[in-house]
Each structure stands twice: as structure tokens, then as C-alpha cells.
Design a protein around this ligand. Structure first.
Ligand code: FPP
Length: 247
């Protein structure tokens, strides 16, 4: 039976998040520049987005650029930004045809103007789409996001619109960039690295983690299916005992 046939359609994760890693190594293996890896990474993005939407996954988050990635060589950063602009502009039509909404999380004020504009236009155009939301994490880091939430909450306390006693997990979640969406249930990282790299630290408290050795440009829909089958075969206990969750 193929992986796709093994998927229980009534038990899909409502939110899948992916740390796309290994573009540079993929290019190096082929004797090419790192940018070649990123360009081929877009093919993996396309196939994964299409497959996730076809399955009926409600939310897919892709870690496309971290706040730490700004420290990469200037040439690589500008090539990545150009690639983002070109991909968003080219794929908006496909997002519309497939009823997919585009959302972005991160410190978007740091993006180059043309990238920010293209992103805003695509988000505006696709905002009424309802089949799946594709979240791009851009200039994102969880520590930035949590720091930002603390500032917002502190300001409300200072303005007397929120009391310290009322600060709870829900209030904190409501000040994160992901406030309108469910937390990821499945987090996938490619390229054999077993790290979270400052990604959605608050939101993945109970996510199932799935690591594959595949380098991101080689990742295809079958790999997503395999990750989902693996997810569905796990027992999610949320701190309870096995006996408690099996009743
Ligand atoms: C990690 O590989 C990849 C990135 C930092 C960028 C991901 C970008 C894309 C896949 C292209 C555009 C994306 C969208 C959503 C349009 P790495 O460079 O860290 O690889 P390495 O660990 O092998 O060096």
C-alpha cells in the first residue's frame, strides 16, 4: 500500500509546519552555488503545497527565512529575496486557482520594500481563499516573536487595559503572530538535522517532531505522506497516561 493510501483522512494534522533545510548542501553535492539549491527548493515548495491542499490540511507553515539568515553573505540574502519576490508573484495565480490563502509571519518590516509589497499584494488578493492557509515565516524567529508579545502585553498593563493577574497562556498566544491559527500538530525538518532553530517555540509545545534525511530540494509529496502516516501512528498523550487517552 502506498503512503498516501495509508493516510487516515479523518485524522489529518490541522497544521503542518516545515523547517526546509539542506538547500546549500544539495547544491554543493552537485558542484553548484548555494542559490541553485534555493531555486530547486521552490520545486519542493510547490509540490508540498499542492499535496497538502489536496489532502485537506488546513494550515501549512514554511520556515523560509529566519532572523538569523540576515547574517548570511549579502549575495545569498539578496538572491533569496529576489527568489521570494519572483515566486510569490508567479505563484499567486496558482494560489487563487487552488483556493489557498497566503499569510506571512515574522518581522516583515525588515524585508526589502519590493519583497514586502509583493507579499502584501498576494496576501490581499488571496485573503478570501479558504481551502488552506499557507503561512510563510519570513524574517521570523520565535525569540523575536515572544519578545514582541511581551512588549505588547507590557504596554497593555502600562495603559491599564490588562491586569497582571489576567495574563495566562491564552493571553500570550493571542499576542503571537500565529494568534488566529491552531498550533502545529506536526513539525517536519529535512536534511538530517535534529534542531528547532528558533522556530515556533511556543506553538510546538505538543507538536510531533518528524526528521528526515532528505535534503529540501529532494522533498516531494510522497515524503509529506510518509510524515503524516508516521504522525498518525503515534500516540499523542498531552501529558496524560496511555490508558487515559485510549478510552
Ligand atoms: C535552508 O537551506 C533553506 C533556506 C534558508 C531558504 C528556504 C528557501 C526556499 C526553499 C526558496 C523559496 C521559498 C519560498 C517559500 C518561495 P540551507 O541554505 O540552510 O541549506 P544548508 O543547511 O545545506 O546550508
Amino acid at each position: 500500500m502506498s503512503s498516501k493510501e495509508q493516510i487516515k483522512m479523518n485524522a489529518l494534522p490541522s497544521h503542518v509546519a516545515i523547517i526546509m533545510d539542506g538547500n546549500g548542501r544539495w547544491a554543493k553535492e552537485k558542484g553548484k552555488l548555494r542559490v541553485f539549491g534555493h531555486q530547486n527548493g521552490v520545486k519542493a515548495v510547490r509540490d508540498t503545497v499542492e499535496a497538502a491542499a489536496e489532502l485537506g490540511i488546513q494550515n501549512l507553515t514554511l520556515y523560509a527565512f529566519s532572523t538569523e539568515n540576515w547574517n548570511r553573505p549579502k549575495l545569498e540574502v539578496s538572491a533569496l529575496m529576489e527568489l521570494l519576490v519572483a515566486t510569490i508573484s508567479k505563484e499567486t495565480k496558482t494560489l487563487m486557482e487552488n483556493n489557498i490563502r497566503l499569510n506571512a509571519i515574522g518581522d516583515l518590516s525588515q524585508l526589502p520594500k519590493n519583497c514586502f509589497k509583493e507579499l502584501q499584494a498576494a496576501m490581499e488578493k488571496t485573503k478570501g481563499n479558504s481551502r488552506m492557509t499557507l503561512h510563510l515565516a519570513l524574517s521570523y524567529s520565535a525569540k523575536w516573536e515572544i519578545t514582541n508579545a511581551v512588549k505588547l502585553i507590557a504596554d497593555k498593563v502600562k495603559q491599564d487595559t490588562l491586569s497582571i493577574a489576567d495574563i495566562n497562556e491564552e493571553i500570550i498566544s493571542a499576542h503571537l503572530t500565529t494568534k488566529d491559527f491552531p498550533d502545529p500538530e506536526l513539525l517536519i525538518r529535512t536534511s538530517g538535522e535534529h534542531r528547532i532553530s528558533n522556530f515556533l517555540l511556543w506553538q510546538i509545545a505538543y507538536a510531533e517532531l518528524y526528521f528526515t534525511d532528505k535534503l529540501w530540494p529532494d522533498f516531494r509529496r510522497e515524503d509529506l505522506y510518509e510524515a503524516i502516516v508516521d504522525f498518525q501512528n503515534r500516540e499523542r498523550r498531552f501529558g496524560k497516561t496511555s490508558e487515559q487517552v485510549s478510552v
